[in-house]
Write a protein that binds this ligand. Structure first.
Ligand SMILES: [Zn+2]
Ligand SMILES: [Zn+2]
Length: 345
């Protein structure tokens, strides 16, 4: 089969590899019908995640079940499915508490041996281990493009909004208008804020954010904290939703929030440690939340919201390309010439 592989920093290549096969009775073999390129793929592309040459990429995908192991209960051949970007066992203590993102045997697709040695979603086929706890069936009539993002960026956008404790009438600030920031802007609306500020440096992204109900703030033209204070009676936003991971973005997220507010962070941190402004948090009685999205908990309700027409995550797709063009897709996504790219095998 054809699959996209990591070759070295800034170098990906479409290669021919053996079609994967089921090894465990809880595995499912999925024939991929649509994959996507994610911002976190760029962490691998830039060499920030340890990967060996030849390991397969991609962790956002939907497809059709081709074969299911004997212990798989929820899926059978022919079912259309969307997978979480990571697997969870469903049985460990943290899975049973609903914290699937803290599963003791979690493995992540498309990041090589270091993340569990799974295959990738930018390919023709992939094996999904622990399928009953790692995938959801796609509702009848829903397109692949509408369903695909519940496995990663839409769930992440919902997670950061859910944990920001947004109340009806609140002002919220989304930091970053990349794919996750746009999903966060969309999901924040479900909680009824009066104002949703969106901070970014790229006008084309801010235009999409505006279409989703955001108030754009271009941080190259105005200081985001000052701009948000000016539009909230000098107080700052009730909550901030950080969707970048760069330390400058986290700082903006911390300083644009009013006393008693919540700072909710999902961007993958660009640094291992940083100075935590402990006195600022104490003085302003702020709440700080962060973490990798609990995808498995949100996939089902988000599919219901999409089916009901309350969420249209596919509006952020800017480029529809073939898997054969994946090398070019990485180049333009890395150059920020594309908001979101989907790939058809
Ligand atoms: Zn991702
Ligand atoms: Zn578990």
């Amino acid at each position: 089969m054809k699959a996209l592989s990591f070759q070295g920093v800034g170098d990906v290549k479409l290669v021919e590899v053996p079609k994967p096969s089921i090894k465990d009775s809880r595995d499912v073999l999925v024939k991929i019908t649509l994959g996507a390129v994610c911002g976190s793929d760029l962490h691998a592309y830039h060499g920030h995640i340890p990967m060996n040459a030849g390991e397969l990429l991609g962790h956002e995908f939907v497809g059709v079940v081709e074969e299911a192991g004997s212990e798989v209960r929820r899926f059978k051949p022919g079912d259309r499915v969307v997978a979480s970007f990571y697997t969870s066992c469903g049985h460990c203590e943290l899975c049973r508490k609903g914290w699937f993102n803290q599963c003791v045997s979690m493995q992540t697709f498309g990041f090589g041996e270091y993340q569990g040695g799974l295959g990738g979603g930018q390919a023709e086929y992939v094996v999904v281990p622990n399928a009953d706890f790692s995938m959801e069936p796609i509702p009848d009539g829903m397109t692949d493009e509408k369903a695909i993002f519940v496995g990663d960026i839409l769930s992440t956008g919902f997670f950061v909004a859910d944990r920001a404790e947004i109340k009806p009438g609140d002002s919220v600030a989304v930091i970053g208008a990349g794919p996750v920031g746009l999903m966060a802007t969309m999901c924040a609306q479900l909680f009824g804020p009066a104002k949703t500020f969106v901070v970014d440096m790229v006008d084309s992204r801010l235009e999409v954010a505006q279409e989703l109900g955001g108030i754009p703030i271009n941080s190259t033209h105005s200081h985001p904290v000052t701009a948000i204070e000016a539009q909230t009676g000098g107080l700052g936003a009730d909550a901030s939703l950080e969707c970048v991971g760069a330390m400058a973005a986290v700082e903006t997220a911390i300083h644009c929030v009013r006393g008693g507010g919540t700072v909710s962070v999902v961007g993958v941190p660009s640094a291992v440690t940083a100075d935590f402004p402990f006195l600022h948090f104490w003085t302003k009685a702020l709440t700080f939340r962060s973490g990798r999205c609990n995808v498995q908990r949100y996939m089902r309700p988000l599919l219901e919201l999409i089916a009901a027409g309350r969420l249209q995550p596919d509006v952020i797709i800017s480029h529809r390309m073939k898997l054969d063009q994946a090398e070019e897709a990485y180049r333009i996504f890395n150059a920020r010439e594309a908001t979101k790219i989907v790939l058809t095998p």
